[in-house]
Design a binder for this molecule. Sequence first.
Ligand SMILES: Cc1cc2nc3c(=O)[nH]c(=O)nc-3n(C[C@H](O)[C@H](O)[C@H](O)COP(=O)(O)OP(=O)(O)OC[C@H]3O[C@@H](n4cnc5c(N)ncnc54)[C@H](O)[C@@H]3O)c2cc1C
Length: 541
Amino acid sequence: MTYSHDVLVIGSGAAGLTLALSLAKHAKVAVLSKNALNQGSTWFAQGGIAAVLDDQDSIEAHVKDTLIAGAGLCHEESVRFTVENSKAAIKWLIEQGVIFTKENGTEDYHLTKEGGHSHRRIIHSADATGRAVHSTLIDQVRLQQNIQVYEDHIAVNLITQADTNSRKLRCTGAYVLDKNSEQVHVFQAKVVVLATGGASKVYLYTTNLDGASGDGIAMAWRAGCRIANMEFNQFHPTCLYHASTKNFLISEALRGEGAYLRLPNGERFMHRFDERLELAPRDIVARAIDHEMKRLGCDCLYLDISHKTPDFIKEHFPTIYARCLELGIDITKEPIPVVPAAHFTCGGVVVDKNGQTDLQNLYAIGETSFTGLHGANRLASNSLLECVVYAQSSALQIINSLNAINPPEQSEEWDSTRVTNSDEDVVISHNWDELRRFMWDYVGIVRTHKRLERALHRIELLKAEIADYYSNYKISSDLIELRNLATVAELIIDSALERKESRGLHYSLDFPNKSNIARDTILVPTNFAAQNIVVSIDGND
Ligand SMILES: Cc1cc2nc3c(=O)[nH]c(=O)nc-3n(C[C@H](O)[C@H](O)[C@H](O)COP(=O)(O)OP(=O)(O)OC[C@H]3O[C@@H](n4cnc5c(N)ncnc54)[C@H](O)[C@@H]3O)c2cc1C
């Protein structure tokens, strides 16, 4: 079956829904979500959104903080573009109906501070900002007649055709598996937008949901787009360590409000690693925790905010307080056990400042994209901002270009005549576990050349096995995600092998120093041909 829309948005997080809403008056839009609409990182964001909103703050200061965190690899034009649009992005969210926390008894918004920020500039909805933003956007999307939502639909591969006029390759849709009917359909569109979030599920321990399997990055790579800086995966220093609860983040805002990191004996230790103590950038804090855990051979360290009053803690961190209490940890009285976990993918699909990829009529926004904003390390709370700012700039370019784009030609239907039902799903579950384990052990917070080579060898074997499975058995969402995880794992390993230095989130024991020359790692696919348009990654083209 073939579905036709003007614009196909793959992904329903902050990026995808902002884009869909910004287009709704101008185009017929389809939004795909491989699970329920709220099943992405956006819903679970706690801390907030960085923006220049306070008179004492300035665009220059926010730009400077972002550049410092990015360790010489941020593209200053992208940073400036994002920060300059931060106030308008927050205004737009408020207009959609998002309720942010205000200062006690005033009409002013309460701004909090996070690691690496020189000012209080994080606007938030208590400690559940993502849910406040996402639920509002979901409600708005459901009201729009021009937006058709397809939940439980997972994009498998992008469809490309040669443009009849320019002969350049263009993206005209995607093959999409309806998880309920188990049928693969053709979704045709003049413009396709990848808004599929990050790839942190490639690691054993992560704050992300299972769906963060880098689908958009893998699909774009297969379709011939360049991918950049995949070695920079941010590890959040403080994920709750608990036998029955995985993925629960203990927000950086706790450290912003004065929480201490402690060893099992209660001693503070951050002074040995950085003069900014607990508010040092995340890579430094994560590495310090990793170092202390390895040195002491312990399973976790502790984050302690119990020196603040119970009222303060409950007011500022109601979600974390309630969740921990359910698990038997009263954070007003005792420290929280924490471990670092993969959290954010700084690299992604190379785009310009309008979200345009190397492939005509294909855009990428949000965590899937590489805009140059984050450099070698993301400054806390800049990512939701990036989602909104780039979704809006992409929407503007799409609106301006839509009329001139010819409708796609009919694509071939998905051929499933040569595959059978699998009778050995264990191949998928085994490979999924193995991949995430060796990525954690060999390509984690601290790397060596030898371990990276070992990981590369393993990924080659896994990819061959997965390819064999893919061509012989009916596809399922688990298989699609595993195939994409293997692709992004290889992209991460290849990028890490190319970087012969330590910078930002990439730390190598073989190359512990930072090189004098700051260079992005840009991987070019073998099918990156003359047919591609080549976007400038300096933020402007
Ligand atoms: C626990 C946690 C806390 C965070 N806190 C903050 C914070 O305080 N501030 C901040 O700025 N950032 C924070 N981040 C990061 C931020 O939340 C994410 O970077 C951002 O939400 C990404 O939005 P997105 O729209 O790009 O992707 P997501 O919100 O992850 O959405 C991705 C969407 O793509 C869909 N999808 C994926 N693959 C496919 C496919 N093949 N077919 C169809 N659909 C697909 C998914 O179903 C989902 O709807 C946090 C992240 C986590 C995990």
